[in-house]
Write a protein that binds this ligand. Sequence first.
Ligand SMILES: [Zn+2]
Length: 163
Amino acid sequence: MTPRLQPLPLQELRLLGEGRHWPIDQPIAGLASLTPVRGQMRAIHHGTVLELEGSAETIITLCCDRCLQTYNHALTAKARELLEIAVAGPEEEEVVFAAEDPVECLDPGSSFDPERWLFEQLSLQLPLVNRCGADCPGPPRPTGDASGEGEGDPRWAALRSLR
Ligand SMILES: [Zn+2]
């Protein structure tokens, strides 16, 4: 069984010359997928830069914007990213650095969380517009009732019967 992803201290990763490779086969926190996320990823510490590379796939359930029906969507992500690692220094200096530099830097004393990184990469691949496919039946047809409001809601049916 593939072990679950765990955050890895950057200082530990730095000692691994070849970096760290993770096989992935698990649900990812925050991502409501039907199937486990499968793939692989790698992280290499280059001193001042963290190199990340990975690919993953899963199936999620989306709601079609047009017909409002749910459908399954294959979600895949393939990404490579370089993250800057802040140079370690006296604490005071670090604060000044953080205030002046808007670029997000990793704290060299922190941990890298592969699960969160995967979540971000997969989230970036979510479609902006949800369409169930070529066979989309289109918007739900309005029913006979002119008001259209609360169709199927027993409270409205009760109100109508009072008219
Ligand atoms: Zn649809």
